[in-house]
Write a protein that binds this ligand. Structure first.
Ligand code: F6P
Length: 337
């Protein structure tokens, strides 16, 4: 069999480990021909592909980013290819001309949506979910998330000593444009006092009362962890808005930190390397069995798969009965409401 691998959407730690997991298993175990497709879906159309060998897949397990390059461009937007009217038809034609038997699409929510479209077009597709946000519906966890939580937790740990020395409120903004998985997990692991996530909403008065209450109990400093997706005025960064409202409402000196892409760059954690390797291996097994149109997923301790149709256009949100929220509330952590 001749298979292609592409990466699409924002990068995250563990993508190269997945490419290696798919490629090496395909070459060494199944004797397949493996091709890397560059720059996401548009690489199929522009035939930007390279043959992978076992050797070319060496040394990438611990490498951040993606050796194939990626793009957030939507492949079915007309302007992607000049003078091209029917991109869907062109994609299918190129896939056939290249003689591919399957495309492994490694990506986030947008990639799953497109993978579903091209699968319906007639391409054999297997998708592997990746995102630091951990918001892909149908899988318990995505690789990249554990690494991002480690980085965000370390940053929160570092804020504690300066916050307590200066008796300040420190607001830290972490990624998660629709969901609060990173904020919740890093906030709890880093001992955050206030954790704000988009799923729960917040009331700034309640937050200020909580911070003043801590000060009255002899804790004049607080750590506030906010997800970038919380609902704040569009003209301000969430951390900026929350810090301003806290300093106005409490009179306590407040500082803000926006962690940004530091959470997404660099080496994957050992957990993410192994998760990515297992998902890649499973994807290859599915190719050998001809199980197409599906996304590899983690279900408890098992790796399995679900139809792309079920995944596309959904988001995995944090629920308010999440164990960390329940336990956090019992320990007096403020979730903003
Ligand atoms: O989807 C992952 C993510 O890192 C989000 O948390 C963040 O909002 C977004 O990507 C940033 O995207 P970009 O790198 O394109 O600015």
């Amino acid at each position: 069999m001749k298979i292609g691998i592409l990466t699409s959407g924002g990068d995250c730690p563990g993508i190269n480990a997945t490419i290696r997991g798919v490629g090496k298993t395909a070459i060494m175990h199944y004797g397949m021909e493996v091709y890397g497709i560059h720059s996401g879906y548009k690489g199929i159309i522009s035939e930007d592909i390279e043959r992978f060998t076992e050797r070319s897949l060496s040394g990438i397990l611990n490498l951040g980013g993606t050796i194939l390059g990626t793009s957030r461009e939507k492949p079915f937007r007309k302007q992607l290819i000049a003078n091209e009217d029917d991109i869907q038809e062109k994609l299918l034609r190129k896939y056939r001309e290249l003689g591919l038997d399957c495309v492994v699409c490694i990506g986030g929510n947008g990639t799953m949506k497109t993978a579903n479209v091209i699968s319906r077009l007639g391409l054999n597709v297997i998708a592997v979910p990746k995102t630091i946000d951990n918001d892909i519906w149908g899988t318990d966890i995505t690789f990249g998330f554990n690494t991002a939580v480690n980085i965000a937790t370390e940053a929160i740990d570092r804020l504690h000593s300066t916050a307590s020395s200066h008796k300040r409120v420190m607001v830290i903004e972490v990624m998660g444009h629709h969901v609060g998985w990173i904020a919740l997990h890093a906030g709890m692991a880093g001992g955050g006092d206030v954790i704000l996530i988009p799923e729960l909403g917040f009331n700034i008065q309640k937050i200020n009362e909580f911070i003043l209450g801590r000060a009255a109990r002899g804790k004049p400093y607080s750590i506030v962890v906010v997800a970038e997706g919380i609902d704040t005025p569009k003209c301000m960064k969430p951390a900026e808005y929350i810090a301003l409202e806290i300093s106005r409402g409490t009179g306590i000196e407040t500082r803000q930190t926006v962690l940004g892409h530091i959470q997404r760059g660099g080496n994957p954690s050992p957990f993410d390397r192994n998760l990515a390797t297992l998902l890649g291996g499973h994807a290859t097994e599915m190719i050998s069995r001809g199980e197409f149109g599906r996304m590899v997923c983690v279900n408890g301790n098992h790796i399995s798969s679900i139809p792309l149709d079920e995944v596309a256009n959904k988001l995995k949100l944090v629920k308010d009965n999440n164990n960390l929220i329940i336990q956090g509330r019992r320990m007096g952590i403020c979730f903003g409401n």
